[in-house]
Design a protein. Structure first.
Length: 265
């Protein structure tokens, strides 16, 4: 029997990560490369994708930067085609790109602001998974991983905020289950990660603690979270590698909460 650590290796694997230019996407991209994968770094901002790709290349892995808006069907099709063409295949697809949207009282909210979040955070996951599956199904092998959220399971800490985000992430959780069942006959595992609040640039930097309002928000989160703090992108690298590797071959349709105990209350 092989050493258990070998089951976490991703040597000779090709991965695609959306939202790879910063935050969780950057951390996931680096984690997969550190485990041995070559990575297609996708971001709506090409310069950000290129910066992550350079870090991966410095690790001795192949990387390509691709600019794409995952809410656009033509972009998702082209990003997968470009990744396969540049790196020779696709074994792992990480549908990570997401936005938080604006916060407005329900009666003042607009369909436009609602739709933008749904388009990126839910439709973008569907399109990424669909295009990846077109490559993986004929090969009868693959891992599709999405970034959900603790707000896929519970309402926002502050009532009235992030309703579109919560709805989209709940959709990701159940889309993960549905795709897992559909793709299981093709030896494709579909899982998701539900992070707690993580120190990234999402929501206009509210989680960086650079303003009085954001510091108050972080204090509210810490009080609500059993471990008493938010997370860092680096703390999710391990679960990303696990779900992308052979170590999780028996696991599909599941959303892993990396939440500091937030959902245990």
């Amino acid at each position: 029997m092989a050493n258990v650590l070998e089951s976490f290796r991703l040597d000779r694997q090709v991965a695609l990560v959306t939202g790879a230019g910063s935050g969780l996407g950057e951390a996931f991209s680096l984690a997969l490369a550190e485990a041995g994968a070559d990575v297609a770094c996708v971001d709506v901002q090409r310069e950000a994708a290129e910066a992550t790709a350079r870090q991966i290349q410095a690790l001795g892995r192949r990387a390509v930067a691709i600019a794409a808006d995952v809410s656009r069907e033509v972009d998702t099709s082209e990003m997968v085609r470009s990744a396969v063409q540049a790196l020779g295949g696709l074994d792992i697809a990480f549908a990570n790109a997401g936005i938080a949207g604006t916060s407005q009282p329900l009666i003042e909210s607009t369909l436009e602001t609602w739709q933008k979040v749904i388009d990126v955070d839910l439709t973008g996951v569907y399109l990424t998974a669909r295009e990846a599956a077109k490559v993986m199904v004929p090969r009868r092998h693959g891992k599709i991983i999405s970034t959900a959220s603790i707000y896929g399971f519970v309402a926002n800490l502050r009532p009235g905020r992030g309703r579109a985000y919560a709805a989209a992430k709940a959709g990701v959780v159940n889309l993960t289950r549905s795709l897992a069942i559909e793709l299981a006959p093709y030896n494709i595992q579909v899982n998701a990660i539900a992070p707690t609040f993580v120190r990234t640039n999402i929501a206009g930097g509210m989680l960086r603690g650079e303003t009085a309002e954001s510091r108050q928000y972080l204090a509210e989160i810490a009080e609500r979270t059993p471990i008493g703090r938010i997370g860092t992108p680096e703390e999710l690298k391990g679960v990303a590698v696990f779900l992308a590797s052979a170590a999780s071959n028996l696991m599909t349709g599941f959303t892993v909460a990396m939440d500091g105990g937030y959902l245990a209350w």
